[in-house]
Design a protein around this ligand. Structure first.
Ligand SMILES: [Zn+2]
Length: 440
């Protein structure tokens, strides 16, 4: 299949931009990317799927989110909620306890559809449903499979619901990882999910690490999101959060440390030494008022810092813009943040994917997976290799995405989801949400 023609932002440093380009898709991979005329000439008789001059880009990657929070949109919180701990207690830990496996299925459906609509083709999710643990990851994987989105899934292990739920969470992670972290398939991968240091005792971390022994894949955990996480760690264990996780052998190239807002320079160096991924979530950090992650410093130190939305939005392009604005504002320097924001979303998120998936993602080049999008974006200033970053951060947004392809198959064409009945899934969610809101 040839897809063209239009401006192609490849995200491949060797050939970053084709003003009138096309992409050749063969099976689930990209066979060639180049000028439309050349592609046409080298593929005689092959029809071109007309994208009407839209911008063609690689599918976007969201490195940290929570589908389980889907019902929270529009929901009121009535309890006094003045800090991060109260946000967890009054909102997220009330909501996730109400979820059944049917809710897990609906939340995955609405979240993954919205991701596809925003051009996000790979989602790293961190799931929680303490009263429906067993089978929750497979339920989400089934939904992802039906919709046709690439995912990394994990279950949020913590002490807060007692020993029984803790054991079920550990079992859910390891059994799912054993099943999906194989070479045969590359659409869904498993990580070992942990909530955060302050909700996990030494015994629980030992149990999680013992269960994961010999199982392929790393951990996905919230690290030093709020100052209270570090304070708790120092008070209870006389060490900082990253040190504590390292003492359990949890850090490594396949482990994701979300947030790291309050990680100090020693902790950042340790994360770097262990080649551990950090994921920045600017919307979430600002809204929860937990502080600002030192992303510019992290990148200067050589850390692999990616970008997530933490479920505040499905629009990773807008998230990248917010990352830029936040860095400039926080450092009181308008010249910083631009390059870093682009690096988070378009360099490091693809690098994160490369730790788990066998072919390249987030780039249009021969041999990469055919995960791509077209964007209804008509620039009124020159769009070329040098200006593309500015257009990505300040001109484009997820709502302009017109078509989404994952693994060589169209999931959305002309803004219509092709694989599942979007209206029916949204209607079921809209019907169910008020019952959850009432119980909250
Ligand atoms: Zn999170």
């Amino acid at each position: 299949m040839i897809i063209g023609s239009g401006p192609v932002i490849t995200n491949d440093p060797a050939n970053p931009f084709f003003p009138d380009g096309a992409v050749v898709v063969q099976g689930n991979s990209i066979a060639a990317v180049g000028p439309a005329a050349e592609i046409r000439a080298s593929h005689p008789g092959q029809e071109m799927v007309d994208v009407g001059g839209r911008v063609i880009m690689a599918g976007l990657i969201n490195a940290h989110t929570h589908a389980y929070s889907a019902y929270a949109r529009g929901m009121a919180v009535h309890q006094p909620t003045r800090n991060f701990t109260q946000i967890l207690e009054n909102l997220w830990w009330r909501l996730d306890r109400l979820l059944t496996l049917q809710d897990v299925e609906l939340n995955a459906g609405t979240t993954f559809i919205e991701s596809i609509r925003n051009g996000v083709t790979t989602v790293f999710d961190h799931h929680s449903s303490p009263n429906a643990v067993s089978g929750s990851l497979q339920t989400m994987a089934d939904v992802a499979g039906r919709i046709g989105i690439r995912t990394s899934l994990c279950y949020e292990t913590s002490d807060r619901d007692g020993a029984g739920v803790l054991a079920a969470a550990i079992e859910e992670n390891t059994s799912f990882m054993k099943m999906v972290n194989t070479d045969e398939q590359d659409m869904v991968k498993g990580l070992f999910g942990l909530h955060a240091a302050f909700t996990l005792s030494e015994e629980s971390l030992d149990a999680a690490c013992a269960a994961k022994e010999g199982v392929a894949g790393g951990f996905h955990v919230h690290v030093a999101e709020a100052a209270s996480d570090e304070a708790d760690s120092q008070a209870k264990y006389a060490k900082r959060v990253v040190q504590r996780f390292d003492d359990h052998g949890m850090l490594g190239p396949e482990t994701i440390a979300a947030h790291c807002v309050h990680a100090n320079p020693d902790e950042l160096e340790l994360l770097k030494d262990r080649d551990t991924t950090v994921v920045h979530n600017p919307h979430s950090n600002m809204s929860n008022a937990v502080g600002v992650a030192s992303v510019v410093d992290m990148i200067e130190r050589g850390l692999r810092v990616g970008l997530g939305t933490d479920a505040y939005t499905a629009d990773i392009l807008v998230s990248a813009q917010v990352a830029k604005i936040l860095a400039s504002h926080h450092l009181a320097d308008p010249t910083v943040g631009f390059g870093q924001a682009l690096q988070l979303a378009f360099v490091n998120n693809p690098k994160i994917c490369a730790k788990y998936f066998r072919k390249d993602l987030g780039v249009l080049k021969a041999g990469a997976y055919a995960d791509l999008i077209t964007v209804s974006y008509r620039p009124f200033t020159p769009l070329h290799a040098e200006s593309a970053g500015g257009h990505l951060l300040f001109g484009m947004s997820g709502s302009q995405v017109n078509d989404t392809m994952v693994n060589g198959a169209w999931v959305m064409r002309e803004r219509e989801i092709l694989t599942v009945d979007e209206a029916a899934i949204f209607a079921r969610s809209t019907q169910r949400a008020p019952h959850i809101w009432e119980q909250m």
